[in-house]
Design a protein. Structure first.
Lengths: 486, 485
């Protein structure tokens, strides 16, 4: 049962092939057996999961099951979960037990889903390899020498290893799409404002967005339908109806206009990745789409703008971790300043400190205009690039990442790590939705195709990904890891 | 000796009387057990997000309209970043660059009856911080976050005031406006209004300003005057002794009646303001602003004008009676109940104000209600009692000896005697009992007699225990005595 999609599991539960308890039990056992190798979970919440599964089975027995009732998933440890440790991958929050549920967590449990636990991640979602976790790195199930990507690396690895059929991640500069690409799964970053951020520990508030990571676009559609929508507790969530994302999944792609941004096929792109992506585009042509080259002229500014805006917001968002009310507090502080300094020095890891310092600097008197204001201007230009491109084409396609998953420890220099996000980061700056789907392998490591659509065009985006998955079976490929435990 | 001019600007923080906080649903009630009125948002919990309270926006706009200020279409919340234990998020959400209220003007009344206009630079919305509690924790500090997130309107004046009196008058004018609008309870003792005072001095006639000191967190009208008085003296002495005023933040100590340095400009924080990404810009459409404008109550300046023009009160009376919403409402009820504005004004400012002053009470704490006082004045006006008896009735009401003036008049037998027969018989008795005085009266020059009649009036009033109508007594006595001459 561990290799099925959510859609297939729902059908099996409906058919009585097994109960939600059996499914949950089975996956908990797999996690127990396999996760020590890949380290994708920070907390496994077996007891709560079994209780939720029993409740779901009871609902099903009464004939009241919805499409998600009794289906298991995992949550990135950035989502606040009532009564459960919510660490955000940081020593700072190692002792933090959330007193409330994030809106999306509340929605999923209302839909009857069963959370098996909290997945590993780069500390405070800052990273592209999941090596910046207080709980140690996660390994890529496709190749245990490779990183799973980040920051939602635990979620991606857990789905790829067959420990859960789906997981929630968050994406600030590529943190859903890049690990989805590295781990050969499907990951969607919705339009900014589509999904409530309430209860998601903030990294960069104007960029953060939660989204589904699963084995198929269809499963992502199912999950997005459950988590999307306006939330009165998040002023930046958009008051706009939530369509039935699965309803759009049958549309033909005949006449679809695809744009290939030339900036996404330049220097630094791995040839195997490029080949797999171009092959995927050919599949789309065979499905009736037309392809043309387009330009997003401000692409090369995106990383620099991002690394001003995101750290600026982060430096402020992370100020609340001061050792006063919750989180790590140093031993025997001599005075208030000592309490602040040591609690934060001990609680935060190196990359988090680096970004706090960068953000503090760029917001400082005398630097604000040159950095922050300028970056916001660049952000508007980047957004305009996409709006202009969508005048001519329906969607944009390109590689999710310039390379397949790299080796653990390979990117020691922060700047070379930042460059990993070259194709994903602009999407967050523009606020548009993007999805990564597996389209091939470079050796043993998966390659992802990124598809981008205009704001709130998730129905079209998911259908376009779904049509590819109807025509190919890349999304059904599994790593050798864990097969013997099937 | 050089003549100095004082220059003062005020930043007044007004707690808005919303039921819930500016960015959360927690209650704003004062005086609850520590940390019982703080939710995840107020505690700065990971993942919690602010949602703007529309009531705070409406109140800020009402204030702006009341001072004829520009109301910009768009205002934006910024984060002011600094670490402090009672600031849970490590930043205060405020409005740095695009405040909700633009330039406006406030008219202040001075003791000599003149008025002056003080320009308001802007007013912005922000959240209050919590409180640090330094007692009761054996060398440690307690934090109470009940106040965290209470909405504040910070009203920033231009440096237009030239004396401590003007500053106090400005603060009183703001107090009157916010209480008239009902957007704050204006309770300074509970911290509902606090102000930072910027003070500098310069030689009279000099155009540029001197270096200013900012006195933080002054929380009463009296303290504002005293803090300024001390600070002005300090700065002048410093300069005259050859020193220089440094730009710094100072603290007023009401116990010692002095200001002390807190931190200099060099030690000041860099607040790293930037737009809060969790809140959308506030966009006000014209219809919304117009709606609030049409619902504005009568404001202090309008009330003052009406009291003068329609009721014929003096500028001074009109100023005092319109100085606070409570005072004006009290006066309006007294006036409407007795039907005579001048008499109502005399009573409110005379007998009532005196009694309140003696016991150090505010008008809303008066033991005599406006209705009771109005009925009392009505009894004077309809000649049921005379002025002397009225004071007794007022005392009775003040002491709670009866529920209404009529009840006390009856109980004490203070009803004025206007029956001519009854007064005449009392007069006859007094004349009969005072042969010596009658003889003196008769022997006096006619133009001296007027003065001498006082004795007889006193005797008759005494005989009536104060209830005889004094005018009637005078009139009848004169007739009777003159008949004897």
């Amino acid at each position: 049962m561990h290799d099925k999609t959510l859609t297939e599991l729902a059908a099996a539960l409906d058919a009585g092939e097994f109960s939600s308890r059996e499914l949950t039990q089975n996956l908990l056992e797999r996690i127990g057996a396999l996760d020590p190798e890949i380290n994708s979970f920070i907390s496994v919440t077996g007891e709560q999961a079994l209780a939720a599964a029993d409740a779901a089975d009871a609902v099903r027995a009464k004939g009241n099951a919805g499409p998600l009732t009794g289906l298991p998933l995992a949550l990135k440890d950035i989502f606040c979960t009532l009564g459960v440790k919510t660490s955000c991958g940081s020593r700072m929050l190692d002792s933090f037990v959330s007193p409330y549920d994030a809106t999306v967590v509340e929605k999923l449990s209302e839909a009857g889903m069963v959370s098996l636990g909290k997945t590993n991640m780069d500390e405070f979602a800052m990273g592209s390899s999941n090596e910046n976790s207080h709980y140690g790195p996660v390994k890529n199930p496709w190749d245990l020498n490779a990183v799973p990507g980040g920051s939602s690396g635990g979620s991606a690895a857990a789905v790829a290893a067959g420990l859960v059929p789906a997981a929630l991640g968050t994406d600030t500069g590529g943190s859903i799409r890049q690990p989805a690409s590295f781990c050969g799964i499907t990951g969607l970053k919705p339009t900014y404002g589509r999904v409530s951020r309430y209860g998601i520990i903030a990294y960069a508030s104007s960029l953060d967005q939660a989204g589904p990571m699963a084995r198929s676009a269809e499963d992502c559609a199912l999950l997005l339908g459950a988590i999307a929508g306006h939330d009165l507790r998040d002023s930046t969530s958009v008051a706009r109806g939530v369509p039935d994302y699965r309803e759009a999944l049958g549309e033909s792609l005949s006449g679809l206009k695809i744009g290939l941004p030339k900036e996404y096929f330049g220097d630094g792109l791995d040839p195997q990745v490029e080949a797999a992506v171009r092959d995927a585009v050919k599949v789309y042509e065979s499905l009736g789409a037309t392809v043309r080259e387009v330009s997003l002229p401000h692409t090369h500014h995106a990383i620099r703008a991002y690394y001003v805006i995101a750290p600026a917001e982060a430096s402020s968002n992370l100020s609340r971790y001061d050792g006063v009310r919750f989180g790590h507090r140093c031993e025997n502080p001599t005075d208030l300043i000592d309490l602040y300094k040591r609690s934060r020095a001990e609680g935060f890891g190196e990359e988090v400190k680096r970004r706090i310092l960068m953000g503090t600097h760029t917001l400082s008197e005398g630097f604000f205009d040159a950095y922050y204001k300028k970056a916001q201007q660049v952000r508007r230009l980047i957004r305009q690039d996409f709006l202009d491109a969508f005048e001519d084409v329906d969607v944009l396609m390109g590689p999710t990442s310039p390379t397949p998953a790299f080796d653990l420890g390979a990117n020691k220099d922060p700047v070379s790590m930042y460059l990993q996000d070259i194709y994903t980061i602009a999407i967050n700056l523009a606020g548009i939705p993007g999805i990564s789907i597996p389209v091939g392998l470079a050796g043993s490591r998966p390659v992802g195709l990124q598809i981008l659509a205009p704001h709130f065009a998730e129905p079209q985006l998911l259908n376009i990904a779904h049509q590819f998955q109807q025509a190919t079976d890349w999304h059904r490929q599994q790593p050798a890891f864990g097969k013997e435990n099937a | 000796m050089m003549e100095w001019e004082t220059v003062i600007g005020l930043e007044v923080h007004v707690q808005l009387a919303t039921r819930s906080k500016i960015f959360s649903g927690a209650s704003t009630a004062f005086g609850a057990e520590p940390n019982t009125q703080a939710c995840a948002v107020d505690l700065g919990m990971p993942g919690a997000l602010p949602v703007l309270n529309e009531a705070a926006v409406a109140m800020a706009v009402q204030f702006g309209l009341a001072i004829d200020a520009e109301i910009p279409e768009v205002s934006i919340f910024d984060r002011k970043n600094y670490f402090y234990p009672d600031l849970p998020k490590g930043y205060q959400t405020s409005q740095m660059y695009h405040p909700i209220v633009g330039r406006g003007e406030i008219e202040i009344s001075l003791d000599d009856g003149s008025t002056k206009r003080v320009r308001v630079h802007h007013a912005h919305l922000e959240e209050d911080a919590g409180k640090s509690l330094h007692e009761d924790f054996q060398g440690m500090t307690g934090i109470d976050l009940n106040r965290a997130g209470t909405p504040l309107l910070e009203i920033v004046s231009e440096p237009d005031m030239r004396s401590a009196k003007e500053a106090a008058a400005y603060l009183k004018a703001i107090h009157a406006i916010v209480t008239y609008l009902g957007i704050s309870d204006g309770n300074m003792a509970e911290g509902s209004m606090r102000c930072d005072v910027n003070v500098s001095v310069r030689p009279k006639g000099q155009a540029e300003f001197g270096t200013r000191a900012e006195i933080k967190n002054v929380n009463s009208f009296r303290f504002v005057e005293r803090a300024i008085a001390f600070e002005v003296e300090r700065q002048i002495e410093l300069i005259e002794d050859g020193g220089k005023v440094v730009q710094e933040t100072r603290l007023f100590d009401p116990e010692l009646d002095e200001t002390r340095s807190m931190r200099t400009k060099e030690e000041a924080n860099d607040y790293r303001y930037f737009p809060c990404p969790d809140l959308l810009p506030v966009v006000l459409d014209q219809a919304y602003v117009d709606h609030l404008r049409s619902a504005l109550p009568e404001l202090p300046s309008e009330k003052r004008a009406r009291f003068q023009d329609e009721l014929g009160l003096s500028a001074y009376d009109a100023g005092v009676l319109s100085s606070s919403r409570e005072m004006a409402e009290y006066f309006d009820i007294v006036k409407d109940t007795c039907g005579d504005a001048k008499q109502a004004a005399n009573w409110v400012q005379g007998e009532l104000a005196g009694a309140l002053n003696r016991e150090n009470l505010d008008i809303e704490q008066s033991p005599v209600s406006a209705q009771q006082l109005g009925e009392l004045v009505a009894r004077v006006l309809d000649d049921t009692i005379n002025g002397k008896a009225a004071k007794q009735v007022f005392q009775g009401l003040w002491n709670g000896e009866g529920k209404t003036a009529d009840e006390i008049i009856k109980a004490k037998g203070l009803k004025q005697v206007t029956d001519t027969g009854a007064i005449e018989s009392m007069i006859d008795q007094v004349i009969a009992d005072s042969p010596v005085q009658v003889a003196q009266y008769r022997d006096a020059e006619p133009d001296k007699r007027g003065k001498m009649i006082g004795y007889f009036v006193g005797q008759v009033m005494k005989a009536s225990r104060g209830t005889a109508n004094p005018q009637q007594v005078n009139q009848l006595l004169k007739e009777k005595l003159d008949a004897l001459c």
